[in-house]
Design a protein around this ligand. Structure first.
Ligand code: SF4
Length: 485
């Protein structure tokens, strides 16, 4: 489909709104060229008025509005485009034309202006056409996460440590994680662990004498338990030796997949200071697990969960995904019901996101056919909200991603007092994050201006290992920033 722009170039937001209605469509963008209205096309025009026209399958609808101030034009045009596309397609996405990934940030801002639940909805609906259900979800999340945000010390940071290896690659995965089934990736692990420990201890050296302290630690992936117990221990011991973690309030290790978890690894995680782990079934349906390329069953997940309980873990998160290929509403409902019955401290409900780099996007035509029209995924996430909140799991962090089925959301639910602090801080961009490892992204927040500066480590383990010195080029700037805190 071609999108024409006349006297403007609001490509990014316009594309985001178009994706709400045509998620699998590719777009061509033409700036100030001749508008060809034959075939499917969209025109976004700014002259002495704002004008939007969209033609789809031989039907055309347009809208116009008076010219407004330049700072308001992009949103005004997006609202017009949303209305036109909604009428053309008959689809009314529940998040309206709010395309950002952090809706709760907007709600937190409204709450700080004194808005209550109804006023938040009125303001968000008026501006973005958001539904009552999604507004209430965001409001509920904001209220639950408030204590975590209020308890945040501006001198604190979270440490993120990345382990980009997995036992096999899930079909929907677009992350850089390497399957350790490949000989090359497996051989890289010892060098990777070595280099990661070097980066952690270099960071520890840099942090000496700085007026900052470590608040939370998160070892994520990939699947950190793809490593051996000895390798996990080596990394955790390096953290303990290099960084002052005496004031931490949370230490999470994403154990991840049941096909990697063993008693000796869990003991290594427990004995080296983790206070919270995540064991992720994604689904409790064996057929779906097979369809997405995960080499474990629901029963194996249950065994790992019981093992972790026996070993004393009292804060366990479990991740699920709504909208997995071959899953059904009944299957997903069964997954949520069984997880609630197992009584973890938190349950995270993601909605499937399929990026073009994922195997699933390339191969599963039938899945792609069902991507747009099926409302079962929306029913799944709504069921999760109803069932979880009925059982004392409250939404405490929420984010959205591009290319998510039904343009839906990811929500972390937790029992009171068991909210994952790191998740809140990273999603609300409330705390500095110092990241180590391949694909790690360090995020520094200027408290005065609110400006966020990001530094990226190399994505792939082999680059991370071979170009370590070059990658460390940003560390002097990081050191300067930390010295000024
Ligand atoms: S466990 Fe996660 S990171 Fe690893 S392959 Fe599956 S989706 Fe990707």
């Amino acid at each position: 489909m071609t999108v024409y722009f006349k006297n403007n170039s609001y490509k990014y937001e316009v594309e985001a709104v178009m994706k709400l209605f045509c998620p699998l469509e590719g777009f061509d963008f033409v700036f100030d060229g001749d508008y060809d209205e034959t075939g499917d096309s969209v025109l976004i025009s700014v002259t002495d008025k704002l004008f939007v026209s969209a033609g789809l399958c031989g039907k055309e609808i347009s809208a116009e509005a008076p010219l407004c101030d330049e700072s308001e034009r992009e949103l005004a045009l997006c609202r017009m485009l949303y209305t036109v596309m909604s009428e053309l397609t008959g689809i009314s996405p529940e998040w309206g034309c709010l395309t950002g990934i952090r809706p709760v940030k907007k709600v937190n801002a409204l709450i700080s202006e004194g808005c209550g639940r109804d006023e938040v909805f009125e303001r968000l609906h008026e501006k973005y056409f958001i539904s009552r259900r999604k507004s209430d979800l965001s409001y509920h999340t904001a209220v639950t996460q408030a204590p975590a945000l209020e308890s945040l010390d501006p001198k604190s940071y979270s440490l993120y440590v990345a382990i980009p290896f997995c036992p096999t690659r899930c079909s929907y995965c677009s992350f850089v994680s390497h399957s350790i089934r490949s000989k090359g990736a497996k051989q890289l692990i010892p060098q990777y662990v070595e280099m990661l420990c070097r980066e952690i201890s270099d960071l520890g050296e840099m942090l000496k004498g700085k007026n900052v302290f470590c608040d939370t630690v998160y070892i994520g992936g990939g699947t950190p338990t793809s490593l051996s117990a000895a390798e996990i221990e080596k990394i955790m011991k390096t953290i303990e030796k290099s960084i002052d973690i005496s004031r931490i309030r949370e230490y999470t290790v994403e154990a991840g997949r049941a096909d990697t978890i063993t008693e000796d690894k869990l003991i290594a995680v427990r004995d080296n200071g983790a206070t919270r782990i995540s064991i992720n079934p994604q689904t409790m349906q064996d057929g779906v697990l097979k369809a997405i390329g995960r080499n474990h069953t629901a029963a194996q997940f249950e065994e790992c969960f019981s093992l972790a309980r026996r070993l004393g873990f009292d804060n366990i998160n479990t991740d699920t995904i709504a909208g997995l290929p071959t899953d059904t509403f009944e299957g997903f409902k069964d997954t949520i019901d069984r997880l609630i019955a197992m009584d973890p401290e938190s349950i995270t409900v993601h909605t499937l996101t399929v990026k073009r780099s994922a195997e699933l996007f390339k191969s599963a035509e039938s899945f792609r056919d069902g991507y747009l029209t099926d409302d079962s995924v929306s029913r799944m996430v709504n069921y999760a909200y109803d069932a979880l909140t009925r059982n004392d799991f409250m939404p405490y962090y929420l984010y959205r991603q591009k290319n998510t089925v039904g343009n839906l959301e990811n929500v972390g639910y937790a029992k009171k007092g068991k909210e994952g602090l790191y998740n809140v801080y990273i999603m609300e961009e409330a705390q500095n994050i110092l990241a180590c490892g391949a694909s790690g992204s360090t995020k520094l927040i200027d408290r005065e201006t609110g400006k966020i500066t990001r530094y990226f480590n190399y994505k792939y383990p082999y680059e991370y290992i071979s170009r370590y010195e070059k990658m460390m080029g940003y560390k002097p700037e990081l050191e300067k920033f930390l010295s000024g805190m």
